[in-house]
Design a protein around this ligand. Structure first.
Ligand code: CA
Length: 331
């Protein structure tokens, strides 16, 4: 009789333990796969979101309702490959002229502030580029663009920014989910802990984005949409943190999705912007803008992770480690 009761007790404990273990595993699984659910917004935060939606509407940014599906989780695989596009000499020269024309305003600002030597140097680079294009043989030219694809059949962009067809900065920041260039620009000017300001003191560049694999998308160059700076002096040409933003053409229609996304080239410019003297410090400053001082995400920020884009190297006057920050934006 006593043995029977003991057996029964053991059985009950066994069932209870198994249930508890299964619950724990399920919870841990959800945490890992779904990410922690965002905390409900406070009335103040809800007011901020409403304010942003109004500003977005006024700016004419149309957000088609998207089915709230699964968003990507940290650690998506990165595939490196080379996009080859066919161009003509005439097109390369036209692109070069467009790049040069878009830099006119920047060059004038620099010159007004005493940075004429820096302007001379940059104009010299344009001339060098022109001569090398003119030296190319006539006929179709294959332009090779080192690129990455992050996720399965997912987002795809060049590893570098370009001025015309000249490679410039390594990409080191990716924003996603509510990550249109417009959203990032708005958040960094209004919501982040470290605030950034719009500037026209910087050359315009472009990024190649392959979006043809997404509904309504196409492959092509995306010209810089916004540029922001931080810790700049009063004059154009002062040392500062600087980032250019380039958004996807359409929303990532895959599942799990990156939603709307954009990439940036966070860097620190030295005096007269002669040479970029920091990539990693600027990337950290961008990340820290979206976090509290102890590294927790701000209320509108989701997960943050790093991935190797394969663009490590020494560019201008500083090292880039090739690992980019991915920052999920929620509102
Ligand atoms: Ca990095």
């Amino acid at each position: 009789m006593q043995r029977k009761t003991q057996l029964k007790r053991r059985l009950v404990w066994g069932v209870l333990l198994t249930a508890a273990l299964l619950t724990l595993v399920t919870l841990a699984w959800q945490e890992g796969v779904q990410g922690a659910p965002p905390a409900p917004l406070t009335p103040d935060q809800m007011r901020l979101v409403a304010e942003k939606e109004r500003a977005k509407k006024e700016a004419g940014i149309v957000d088609l309702p998207s089915s709230e599906g699964m968003y990507v989780q940290p650690g998506e695989p990165v595939r490196q490959f080379v996009v080859t596009i066919q161009v003509t000499k005439a097109q390369l020269l036209a692109d070069l002229e467009a790049a040069q024309a878009s830099d006119n305003e920047y060059f004038n600002q620099l010159k007004r502030n005493g940075g004429y030597k820096a302007v001379q140097r940059m104009q010299g680079q344009y001339e060098k580029q022109r001569r090398s294009i003119e030296a190319l043989p006539d006929g179709p030219i294959s332009l090779k663009i080192p690129s990455v694809e992050v996720g399965q059949h997912s987002i795809c962009f060049s590893k570098f920014t370009y001025s015309g067809s000249q490679r410039k900065d390594p990409i080191n920041v990716v924003f996603y989910r509510v990550g249109k260039a417009w959203d990032v620009d708005y958040d960094m000017r209004n919501w982040t802990r470290l605030r950034w300001g719009r500037t026209s003191c910087g050359s315009s560049q472009r990024v190649y984005i392959c979006d043809a694999q997404h509904t309504g998308g196409w492959d092509g160059w995306r010209n810089m949409q916004y540029q922001l700076e931080r810790d700049a002096g009063w004059y154009c040409g002062s040392p500062r943190y600087h980032i250019r933003l380039f958004g996807s053409f359409v929303r990532d229609s895959d599942t799990p999705s990156f939603g709307w996304w954009s990439v940036g080239d966070a860097h620190h410019d030295n005096k007269w912007h002669r040479c970029t003297d920091g990539w990693e410090n600027a990337e950290s400053t961008v990340l820290n803008s979206f976090q509290t001082a102890d590294g927790s995400p701000l209320w509108f920020v989701g997960v943050r992770w790093q991935s190797d884009l394969g663009n490590a190297g020494h560019y201008d006057c500083a090292d880039n480690d090739g690992r980019a920050r991915f920052i999920e934006l929620l509102y």
